[in-house]
Design a protein around this ligand. Sequence first.
Ligand SMILES: *[C@@H]1O[C@H](CO)[C@@H](O)[C@H](O)[C@H]1NC(C)=O
Ligand SMILES: *[C@@H]1O[C@H](CO)[C@@H](O)[C@H](O)[C@H]1NC(C)=O
Ligand SMILES: *[C@@H]1O[C@H](CO)[C@@H](O)[C@H](O)[C@H]1NC(C)=O
Ligand SMILES: *[C@@H]1O[C@H](CO)[C@@H](O)[C@H](O)[C@H]1NC(C)=O
Ligand SMILES: *[C@@H]1O[C@H](CO)[C@@H](O)[C@H](O)[C@H]1NC(C)=O
Ligand SMILES: *[C@@H]1O[C@H](CO)[C@@H](O)[C@H](O)[C@H]1NC(C)=O
Ligand SMILES: *[C@@H]1O[C@H](CO)[C@@H](O)[C@H](O)[C@H]1NC(C)=O
Ligand SMILES: *[C@@H]1O[C@H](CO)[C@@H](O)[C@H](O)[C@H]1NC(C)=O
Length: 444
Amino acid sequence: MIHKSHILFPLVLLSLFSSNTIRVRSQGSDLKSHIISCGSSAEGETDSDGRKWTTDSTYLASSDNTKTAEAGYYDPALPSKVPFMTVRIMSSATSYKFSVPSSKRLLVRFQFYPTTYNSVDSFNGVFDVSANGLTLLKNFSPFITALALTQAYIIREYSIVPVQSGTLNITFTPSTKREKTFAFVNSLEVIPMEEIFKPTDLIGFRGQTVDIQNSSLQTMYRLSVGGDYIPAIKDSGLARTWWDDSPYLLNAAYGASFFNKTFLGVSIEAPANVTIKHTKDVPEYIAPLNVYKTARSMGPNPQVNVKSNLTWVFQVDANFTYVVRFHFCDFQNTLGNQRTFDIYLNNRTAEETADVIQWAGGIGIPVYKDYATHMNDKDGDDLLWVGLHPSLATHPQYYDAILNGLEIFKVNDTGGNLGGPNPVPSKMLLKADAAAQSLLADAA
Ligand SMILES: *[C@@H]1O[C@H](CO)[C@@H](O)[C@H](O)[C@H]1NC(C)=O
Ligand SMILES: *[C@@H]1O[C@H](CO)[C@@H](O)[C@H](O)[C@H]1NC(C)=O
Ligand SMILES: *[C@@H]1O[C@H](CO)[C@@H](O)[C@H](O)[C@H]1NC(C)=O
Ligand SMILES: *[C@@H]1O[C@H](CO)[C@@H](O)[C@H](O)[C@H]1NC(C)=O
Ligand SMILES: *[C@@H]1O[C@H](CO)[C@@H](O)[C@H](O)[C@H]1NC(C)=O
Ligand SMILES: *[C@@H]1O[C@H](CO)[C@@H](O)[C@H](O)[C@H]1NC(C)=O
Ligand SMILES: *[C@@H]1O[C@H](CO)[C@@H](O)[C@H](O)[C@H]1NC(C)=O
Ligand SMILES: *[C@@H]1O[C@H](CO)[C@@H](O)[C@H](O)[C@H]1NC(C)=O
């Protein structure tokens, strides 16, 4: 509900100045978000955050070979009963259809809770998901994925290029690699969004850019750096979730072993007397203000900082191009050349002598920068490294670095595919799970 009213807010303002309110209203309805709890029969249920969910039956092109079911077990790690406790199970290819604005990028989000539904064990849920010719998920096993990541549920989120026809068709197809497979989904969200991407420089290939405006992307990571988890309800209109960055910090940097302590930088927060506001260049839909109000810096000791990198490491799928979006807002310094730093992506220099105050134009002003990097398909190419290091080149006042938020997006390949392999659970987890072993054997 909240995100809908946020999206409508500028239109409502517009209507104060426009005599043509009817046109404004019809634009508003074009931007309708679809927030769907699959398999539910209760219209308008709210989750524990107060978001309202509709039922899925009116969106199904056909409900043949599908059924609805309820989870027998509520995993306490779930954020809410709605929309996870109900499910749509599909034993043959099944499509959902959405009427969408033909010129808007679409945020498409799925949630999967692998558990037992009535008597159906979700471990046979292995399937593909496509949308208007794009492959979003290929041979996807929510069960294996959740086991490998030790998560109770899986979120998959995509930003899809505008659908010219105005009809988005999301199709679930059970895998043919096993018998008795089916597809299942607990929630589906389709949210029209502004274009937030432009051609981006490919690091390490001078002058080469990636055409992301014509591409669809999968959200891999979305972090509020140095800050707290930001739930969907607190996002600035797109119901995105922003996670804590600390699990991705590389603890044992060179500086860490040198000083014999883990180098994690420090979490910092905007002081009350610094106002942080969205701007024309960084409007509300880019990120909520809470992302910019907290950050991670290297800390107050320049001797430690110059011998250290502030490094995060992310597991990604090899053989894809990634766009890494850095969100910055310096709420401590007021002038250029006070804090300057280098930005590394996969050990390559993406930016030399980054100066947030100079980029943004002052204290408390958000700014973001995108860089693209290609992951090859060799050993170790499934780890994406992000590093910051103080830049001394311009003799800044402080030897330090800062980062407020980080998003990592996978770009579809030339064949319009975004599907990667399922993550492999550790040997220990596998040993304990014969079902997982047989699934992996079939998927190979
Ligand atoms: C949706 O897409 C699938 C896969 O391309 C196709 O088989 C199906 O006919 C389409 N459904 C509708 C209702 O357009
Ligand atoms: C996107 O593709 C269209 C043709 O499909 C092309 O005209 C346009 O230049 C492309 N956009 C970019 C940013 O390359
Ligand atoms: C470094 O830390 C380890 C364990 O945290 C400790 O065993 C070791 O003695 C420390 N070394 C120095 C030189 O302080
Ligand atoms: C905010 O207050 C602190 C002291 O409480 C002061 O040092 C700082 O200069 C102030 N910042 C601004 C932008 O006014
Ligand atoms: C980056 O450097 C680290 C440390 O030298 C290395 O372990 C890692 O594999 C490198 N990563 C990439 C993507 O090259
Ligand atoms: C920081 O990272 C860069 C790029 O990976 C590397 O060249 C450099 O040696 C690292 N510095 C430290 C102090 O770890
Ligand atoms: C890597 O992706 C490209 C498509 O972008 C594909 O043609 C190629 O076969 C892939 N390579 C491997 C080793 O999977
Ligand atoms: C993504 O897929 C579209 C077709 O669906 C294609 O036009 C575009 O070039 C692809 N993007 C990249 C970076 O290969």
